[in-house]
Design a protein around this ligand. Structure first.
Ligand SMILES: Cc1cc2nc3c(=O)[nH]c(=O)nc-3n(C[C@H](O)[C@H](O)[C@H](O)COP(=O)(O)OP(=O)(O)OC[C@H]3O[C@@H](n4cnc5c(N)ncnc54)[C@H](O)[C@@H]3O)c2cc1C
Length: 326
């Protein structure tokens, strides 16, 4: 183990813990192994992160735009496993820097659902979470016609009319995906203009079965009771220009932005109001030997390529610190 005394990092056998095995965490792990760090990744679900929730990994330089996101993450996971990094299926509850008077031990404490472990450095790569839309009835209909994942649930509504709520990149991207399997996709956008990338807006306007409703404020949801005895969504109500309208749909997909979760597992570190950790340009957080990368950090550019690059930047900084101080 390394020490974190004033003498700096003395031992090249660095043990690095990475929390989260999305694109950012897996990329960090791959480079950590290149730099020779003993590397353990903790992932609470399955490796891949958001890659498991989206169809194509678009805008990844060098990859075709129809490359399946799950294929990219599976390939990366194999590379990471082959590199010798250890992947543990375990939820991390808290990451914190140890007190300076514990200077003889490793710098970071990682508390998981199975106990406490220590590392010389930690990279937090936990991504972020969906934001609820705040629509009356949202909780009641979640999983009963209201979904936050078109890739997961879209195929259940093949050939039927659905609606998408949102107007950014994810909403437009998922509306385009749904237009390939559903009959009509109603896109309800709160603002007068879509905020998605120009390329996505162009693609969207070329789809005959996507109907855009700018300035549409969703005001409520309705449903009916099935033979099985539970209520499922069948109507979305919205207000636009002072007029109330109701749409009969088989499902509604919500994409109204995302919020950080990293601050909840690292409450001692400085974070923005959205729950993402502040970092400098080396991805260092305010905690000793703790980094944050990808969607876990403040002001992320929400793209796979940036998440991957963040992981590499953090590992290179760690390596430079190790040798600069000896
Ligand atoms: C619908 C949608 C479509 C998108 N499409 C594209 C696209 O086509 N191209 C593109 O470039 N970008 C796209 N993005 C953005 C892209 O998904 C993100 O930029 C990227 O996933 C960020 O990677 P990450 O590794 O930081 O986080 P994530 O992918 O969110 O990975 C975080 C991982 O950490 C794990 N984790 C969380 N908390 C804990 C914990 N306490 N303990 C252990 N593990 C934990 C999670 O289970 C997850 O596996 C899309 C995003 C969305 C929402």
């Amino acid at each position: 183990m390394l020490t974190h005394t004033g003498r700096g990092l003395q031992n090249p056998h660095m043990h690095l813990v990475i929390v989260g095995a999305g694109i950012a965490g897996l990329s960090a792990a791959l480079y950590a192994r290149l730099y020779g760090f003993e590397t353990t990744i903790y992932e609470e679900l399955a490796p891949g992160g958001r890659c498991l929730e989206t169809v194509h990994a678009k805008y990844f330089p060098g990859l075709p735009s129809n490359e399946k996101a799950v294929t990219v993450s599976e390939r990366l996971e194999s590379q990471v496993r082959e590199s010798g990094a250890e992947l543990r299926n375990e939820r991390v509850l808290q990451v914190s820097s140890r007190e300076p008077d514990s200077a003889d031990g490793p710098a970071v404490s990682i508390r998981t659902e199975n106990g406490e472990t220590f590392a010389d450095a930690c990279i937090i790569a936990v991504g972020d979470d969906r934001k609820p839309a705040g629509i009356p009835g949202e909780d009641e209909y979640t999983g009963r016609g209201l979904s936050y994942c078109a890739t997961c649930d879209g195929p259940l509504f093949r050939g039927r009319d659905v609606c998408v709520i949102g107007g950014g990149d994810s909403a437009c991207d998922e509306a385009i995906f749904l237009s390939e399997i559903c009959s009509t996709v109603h896109l309800l956008c709160r603002t007068e203009e879509l905020t998605a990338l120009p390329a996505l807006r162009t693609e969207l306007s070329s789809r005959d079965n996507i109907r855009l409703y700018p300035g549409a404020q969703v005001s409520g949801l309705d449903g009916s009771v099935t033979d099985m005895g539970f209520r499922v969504l069948n109507t979305v109500h919205f207000r636009s220009g002072g007029t109330e309208t109701s749409l009969a749909v088989a499902a509604a997909f919500v994409f109204v932005g995302r919020r950080g979760i990293a601050a909840s597992i690292a409450p001692d570190l400085t974070a923005d109001a959205d729950g993402r950790l502040h970092t400098d340009r080396h991805m260092r957080t305010s905690g000793t030997m703790i980094y944050a990368v990808g969607s876990a950090r403040s002001n992320p550019i929400p793209q796979f390529v940036v998440a991957a690059a963040d992981g590499v930047v953090a590992v290179k900084d760690l390596y430079d610190r190790m040798y600069a101080d000896t």
